[in-house]
Every structure is written in structure tokens, then in C-alpha cells.
Design a protein around this ligand. Structure first.
Ligand code: BGC
Length: 776
């Protein structure tokens, strides 16, 4: 069970609490309470071991392929969080004895996870235990934990088994060859290991410090080493009412770290450098390290915090929860890395990046921290070679981005086989890596969105034009001429609605491809006028003159338009398919319940959508469609949409805001927040949903506040939910930070500059000189 109003006073709406432990619901808290800093992500499995728990510790970008028939994934680093605790000979476990008190809570403000327990052992005796843990935001390599044990009504012989455990795998796939294990000075425990295929070296350290009632203790230690395991066992006698405390400070470094990317790298060099850095950090102890990390969190929150004054404190908590995860999932330190669809919080989607980043997550960074947005786009730039390879391998030209991306050079890494087909009993083939092609246009769109909102022309010169030109070239080579219809088609694709495979002319894909080619032509012509030197440079690299000719095909590309009922066909056959009563699936408690009754082929023959498809098109290319068309299509498609992808609800909420349906927009926002934070105790088992969390931010800023970039201009069309009295958020626009405060009565805009900034508020152009207040 989760509690949302646990925080009092300064912690109001900053805490998420789990109020009881259920071994069947471990995945939920492990994922939603996960810790991280973008360099690493640590799933919050309990210190003690239970059946069904999943321990995950990932370092961003360290992809490895277990076998040639599999795709790359982020490997599980040797674990440092597990503790075996024996009290008076009894192993501490919440499945035994009596739990008199239990609470586990994540503090979103400081990034600390705390578990408080009063436990009565089956052997007698009551013990108070507290576990604390955080991943440092100030030193990206450091994880720290602390356990305290206090016997309340007896004395206790406490034995703790701890160390580094490399026996963990990714669901059975062991990604490491065993390296060396060593304990320096009977104190500093070290393990090295190397990924089997990508050859990335890891060095992991851990150290323990002990105290009794605050006084340093040197307990009797036994050093242990086993297969892929190294550690210590300690025994301490704790008098009744006294408190034993053990701090465990750990670190991980890998040869993928930017500083080791040099040619003179050697494992020894990294090991020594990491050890000396580790000793220095560990000597600070838990409290000091926590203080340093919490300070960085404080600065982070002053940059990102959104204030919501609502009848329900949950709304404030939910946006903080979303931003917390956006911070910890993002490898902002390294532009060779993208964001995983589950962040770094679980094995789901193997750490791979999807269109989730460009279409859902990037807007958060464009408007809250453009430097990070740029880094994420640079990751895509560095992925161009893999995208060009994919195009060539499929018989196309230009750059065809992978549907799933991992390491920059690897190109397409989508797995080929998925879940069971309930009819055939075989594995369902995943077609996305072959034919879900809209991602190529989504990335071009994201580049455009970024530059229009930031004005970062230097990025365009270095990276942006190349992405836009080469993606347009892909589309030009991808179009298929239809003699009969006398126009180009895009056949055999999967659109955003993945319940329809091998469809012709998915409206989203065609419109986005058209947009991509049109954008390339516009930028080409702009460079012809303004930067012929740069165009020449790109010409030499990309054979642009020939490409430019090809882009003209866009004028003959078929763009699905509304039919006489105002409905845009999602693809050539969707509207002719069977309609069934979806009520049971619309009311489902677990997503994708339709697959208990039908297989994907059968679902493909019915008017059933997995997620926002045309709705997404309306959001991205908003100027192209009339409001009445949007509403008619919403009313047609939403009842057929199961929202089985976590990307769906937030998009629908934003459109509902656009229609001015505040109640619907707010209801959908709440449902979007509940995907991870809500009471469904299995919704996040494979990890949190990155795009959905960013979608929560989008509901608030792009939906309720109505922030949009249209034709290069900033627009604000606030439509606060009825129960909100105030919404305050930061917004970057062309290198300036605006602070926007909305109430039902007025709009206040404060700027960090003397320069005048122009934007449109409720359709009226206004110029902001430092501060402007407008009545609604
Ligand atoms: C969705 C995709 C999404 C992926 C990763 C799938 O279920 O249909 O749109 O990119 O999950 O989040």
C-alpha cells in the first residue's frame, strides 16, 4: 500500500511511503523508489533477500550482448546492497516473526530512501531497524547505505554478511567474465569484471564502518571470497537499548566513463584511480556524503520545481515524482548516452531508447534545461552512422534511425521475438525494428523543436542540419510510387498504434515523413540564402544536390485527410475493420488484457488501438488540423483506444486541455500519474515508464498551461483544472528563463533578462520586460 500524504511541514508533498511489506508486490516499490543520478540507476530492492525480488544496478551506456542471437542490454552490475542480518542466530526477514511497524519512504527532495521497522523475532526479542540509502548526485560513482539495529527488550548478537555479489544476472543472462577480487587493508573490498562482448571493464568498491551508540567500533571480521563474490562477516554484541550502526559506502567505475575513453587506458590505471577516489569519498562517511548529495538535489529542485496549489496535495506530489525520475534517469553527463524507456530502474526494454525520448522527454528538457536537451540530440547525431547502416541494409538511402537504440554505434537493437501468441503458442514476432519507421521523422521533428525554442544555431551547424537532411533523404528513398493513384505511398509500416502491423499509409507516419522532407527543403533554401559555405560543406558530406531533388517527391506524397464524417483514416484499412465491444478491456486493471482473448493478428483485424496515434499527430503538427477535426477524431478514436501503452493517456489529456475540456483533461492527467505512482502494485514491475512520467510534466505545462511553440513563437493558453488555485513553473525560451505563475484570475510572467521577450498569451501578443501581469 502506498501513502501519498505522509509528508508533514517542510516535507509536505515530498514523500511517497509504502506502509506495509508484501513479498508479492516487491517490483512496484523497487521501481518507483529507485535511486540514481543518470550515470547509474539502482533499483530499490530490500537489503535482505526475498523470493521474487529483482536487484538491478545499471550504469548508463554500458551495453553488452549476451549472445549473438540476442540484442544488447544494460548489464546488472555486481550488487552492493544486499545484507544478510542475523539477530541472535535468526535471519532477519519480514516473512518471519511479527512486523510491529513498517514504513519505507522515498524522499523526493533529498533522494534518500528510508525504511523503518520494528520486528519481533520468532526466537523472541523485539528489534528496531532502520535502513537508509541514496545514490549520490554530487559524485556520480557513489552509493551509500546505512543500517541501524537496536534491541528493544533484550541484548543481541548481531551478525552481518555483506560485500559485493557478482552472481546476479539479467534474468539469467550473465554479462560478465569474472575478474579479480581483493580486500585491501582488510577494509576496502574490490571486484573487477568485464562484459563478455563489449569488453567494458567495471571496478566496484565497497567499505564498511561501524559504530555503537555513536562510538566507532572495530568488530571482529571474517573476510570471505567465493565465486563472483567477495565480502565480510562481522559479529557484534549489542546491549539492550543500544544502537549498532553500519555504514556501507560503495562505488562503481567503468572503462566506458568519458575519462577512460582515451587510448592509454588500462584496467590497472582505472582500478588505481577509482580506488584512491573511493577511499577519499568513503572517508567522508554517510552523513557528509548525503549532505553533499542533498545540496545538489536542492539546487536541482530550485531549477526544476513546479508549484501546484490544488485541492489535492497529490497533484503536487505527482509532478515532483515525475521530475525526480526525469532527473535520475537522464545521463546528462555524457552525450553518447540516451534515456531508456524504463530509465535505469528495471530490465524492461533493456535500457534502450525509443521515440519516447524525442517526443515525450525532450520537451521537458527543452523548456527546463536546454543544455541537457542538446546532449540528448547529440546522442542521436552520434547514432547517425548506425542509422545510415540500417538504411543501407534495408535498401534505402540517408539515415533510418533504429526503433530501439543502445550504444551509439550499434544501430538497430530491437529484439525480434516477444510475448506468447495465445493462439499459436509461439513467440510473437516484434516488427517494430523492421517497420516502425516514424522514429526517423520524430527525431528530425525534435531537432526542429529544440532549435525553434532555443535558437541554438551552433547546434544546427554542427549536428542539426545533417540529421534533418539525411532523414529526409531516407524518406525520399522510402516512398513507393502508386501508379494507379498517381502518388507516393508509404506501405507496410507500424505506426504509433502497434496493434496494427503492416499497414499502408499510416496517417501519422505519412504526415511526419512529409514534415521531415519539407523541413529539409526549408533549411536547404535558408542555407542557400544565408550560409552557402555551410551548405557547400554539407553538400560534400551528404551529396545534397541529388538529395534535394529527391525531397521534391513530398509534393506527391499521399497525406490522409478527413473523410466526409471528418475522420482521418488511421491507415488505409482501419476504418473498414470490425468494431467490438471494448468495455471489459477499457475497464481492465492490467494493461493488454485483450491478449488473453485474442492474438495480435486478430486484434489487427479490429478497430482497436493500443495508444494515441492520430492524436499524437494532432499534438505535434497542431497547426495543420482544424479544432473541429481534432475533436471529431478524438471522439471517434478514443473509445477504440485501450491506452495499453503508457504513452497514451498524457497525450489525450493535452488534447482535452486544447479542447477546453478541463475535467476530462484533469481526469486523464490523474490516470497518467497513476501509471507508476498509483495503487496498482504491479504496474511498474519491469521499471518505471519514462515517457509517461515526462507526459505528466507535459499534461501540466503543455496541457494545463497551454505552452506551445508554434511557427517559432511561444504561446501560452492556460486552462487550469477547476481544483487548482495556482500553477508556477520555470520555462526556458531562447536562452532566457521565465517564471510563469498562473491563477484562475491572471497570468504573471517574470523574466531573468532586461531584454524584451515576446510571446502570445491567450492569442494576444505581449512583450515581457522583466515582468508582466495579465488578467484572464
Ligand atoms: C509503445 C511504444 C513505446 C515503447 C517504449 C511500447 O509499448 O507502444 O510507443 O515507444 O513501448 O515505451
Amino acid at each position: 500500500m502506498l501513502k501519498y500524504d505522509a509528508g508533514q511541514r517542510e516535507w509536505t508533498n515530498w514523500l511517497v511511503r509504502e506502509t506495509c511489506f508484501d513479498p508479492n508486490h516487491q517490483g512496484k516499490a523497487e521501481a518507483i523508489f529507485s535511486l540514481g543520478n543518470g550515470y547509474m540507476g539502482l533499483r530499490s530492492a530490500t537489503d535482505e533477500r526475498y523470493v521474487g525480488q529483482i536487484r538491478n544496478w545499471f550504469v548508463a551506456g554500458t551495453f553488452n550482448k549476451f549472445h549473438e542471437n540476442e540484442v544488447t542490454e544494460l548489464p546488472n552490475v555486481a550488487d552492493v546492497t544486499e545484507l544478510q542480518i542475523l539477530i541472535n542466530g535468526e535471519t532477519f526477514s519480514l516473512e518471519k516473526g511479527e512486523t510491529r511497524h513498517y514504513s519505507r519512504e522515498l524522499n523526493l527532495k533529498t533522494g534518500e530512501l528510508t525504511r523503518d521497522i520494528v520486528w519481533e523475532s520468532p526466537k523472541g526479542g523485539t528489534f528496531q531497524l532502520q535502513f537508509k540509502r541514496f545514490v549520490s548526485l554530487s559524485n556520480l560513482h557513489v552509493v551509500a547505505s546505512k543500517v541501524s539495529i537496536k534491541p528493544l527488550d533484550c541484548e543481541a548478537d548481531v551478525q552481518i554478511v555483506s560485500g559485493i555479489n557478482g552472481q546476479w544476472t539479467n534474468s539469467g543472462a550473465q554479462h560478465f567474465t569474472e575478474g579479480e577480487k581483493r580486500i585491501f587493508d582488510k577494509t576496502y573490498i574490490q571486484m573487477t569484471s568485464t562484459t563478455t562482448e563489449s569488453g567494458i571493464d567495471f571496478v566496484t568498491h565497497t567499505v564498511h564502518q561501524w559504530s555503537l551508540d555513536g562510538s566507532r567500533l572495530e568488530p571482529e571480521l571474517r573476510q570471505t571470497m567465493g565465486r563472483r563474490k567477495v565480502g565480510i562477516e562481522a559479529k557484534v554484541n549489542v546491549p539492550m537499548g543500544s544502537c549498532l550502526e553500519m555504514e556501507k559506502i560503495s562505488s562503481v567505475h567503468t572503462s566506458r566513463d568519458l575519462i577512460y575513453g582515451k587510448r592509454d587506458y588500462s584496467l590497472d590505471f582505472m582500478r588505481n584511480a577509482a580506488l584512491s577516489e573511493f577511499k577519499q569519498e568513503a572517508s567522508k562517511g554517510y552523513d557528509q556524503l548525503f549532505y553533499e548529495s542533498a545540496n545538489v538535489w536542492e539546487n536541482t529542485w530550485s531549477a526544476y520545481n513546479i508549484e501546484i496549489d490544488s485541492a489535492s496535495g497529490y497533484d503536487q506530489l505527482a509532478i515532483r515524482f515525475a521530475i525526480y525520475h526525469l532527473v535520475i534517469m537522464t545521463p546528462a553527463h555524457d552525450n553518447r548516452m540516451g534515456i531508456g524507456a524504463k530509465g535505469l530502474s528495471g530490465e524492461g526494454y533493456k535500457g534502450h531508447s525509443f521515440w519516447d525520448t524525442e517526443i515525450f522527454i525532450l520537451p521537458f528538457f527543452i523548456y527546463s534545461n536546454p543544455v541537457v536537451a542538446r546532449s540528448l540530440l547529440e546522442y542521436r547525431y552520434q547514432g547517425l552512422e548506425g542509422a545510415r547502416r540500417k538504411a543501407r541494409e534495408n535498401g534505402f538511402e540517408g539515415a533510418m534511425y533504429p526503433w530501439e537504440a543502445g550504444w551509439i554505434e550499434d544501430g538497430e537493437v530491437t529484439p525480434v521475438w516477444g510475448d506468447v501468441d495465445i493462439v499459436t503458442g509461439e513467440q510473437t514476432k516484434i516488427w517494430s525494428g523492421f517497420i516502425e519507421q516514424h522514429i526517423t521523422a520524430d527525431i528530425a521533428y525534435a531537432v526542429w523543436h529544440y532549435v525553434q525554442s532555443t535558437g541554438d544555431l551552433e547546434f544546427m551547424e554542427q549536428y542539426g542540419y545533417e540529421i534533418i537532411f539525411d532523414t529526409a533523404t531516407f524518406w525520399a528513398s522510402r516512398l513507393e510510387w502508386d501508379e494507379e493513384a498517381d502518388r507516393y505511398h508509404i506501405n507496410q509500416v507500424v505506426g504509433p498504434d502497434e496493434y496494427k502491423e503492416h499497414v499502408d499509409n499510416n496517417a501519422f507516419t505519412n504526415h511526419m515523413a512529409h514534415f521531415n522532407m519539407q523541413l529539409a527543403i526549408q533549411y536547404y533554401e535558408k542555407l542557400q540564402q544565408e550560409r552557402p559555405d555551410l551548405l557547400q560543406h554539407l553538400e560534400n558530406k551528404l551529396n545534397l544536390a541529388a538529395a534535394r531533388e529527391q525531397w521534391n517527391k513530398l509534393h506527391q506524397l499521399y497525406l490522409p485527410e478527413p473523410n466526409n464524417l471528418g475522420i482521418i483514416p488511421q491507415d488505409d484499412t482501419y476504418l473498414g475493420k470490425k468494431i467490438i465491444d471494448l468495455t471489459p478491456y477499457k475497464n481492465q486493471t492490467k494493461v493488454a488484457s485483450i491478449f488473453s482473448d485474442y492474438n495480435l493478428d486478430q486484434v489487427g483485424e479490429m478497430q482497436i488501438s493500443k495508444q494515441a496515434d492520430i492524436m499524437m499527430l494532432f499534438f505535434l503538427l497542431e497547426n495543420k488540423f482544424e479544432p473541429a477535426v481534432k475533436r471529431a477524431n478524438y471522439d471517434y478514436y478514443e473509445p477504440k483506444t485501450l491506452h495499453d501503452s503508457s504513452l497514451s493517456l498524457s497525450t489525450h489529456s493535452i488534447l482535452a486541455s486544447d479542447f477546453g475540456d478541463r475535467k476530462l483533461a484533469y481526469d486523464l492527467f490523474l490516470r497518467a500519474t497513476e501509471i507508476d505512482l498509483g495503487p496498482n502494485m504491479h504496474s511498474s514491475d519491469a521499471g518505471i515508464h519514462s515517457a509517461s512520467l515526462a507526459g505528466v510534466w507535459k499534461c501540466v505545462v503543455m496541457g494545463f498551461a497551454g505552452v506551445r511553440m508554434l511557427d517559432g513563437q511561444l504561446h501560452l493558453n492556460p486552462k487550469l483544472p477547476e481544483s487548482w488555485n495556482k500553477l508556477k513553473f520555470p520555462l526556458y525560451w531562447h536562452n532566457h528563463r521565465l517564471l510563469i505563475t498562473l491563477t484562475p484570475e491572471d497570468v504573471l510572467i517574470e523574466a531573468d533578462t532586461e531584454e524584451s521577450i515576446s510571446l502570445h498569451v491567450l492569442g494576444q501578443k505581449v512583450n515581457v520586460h522583466q515582468r508582466i501581469q495579465i488578467k484572464m
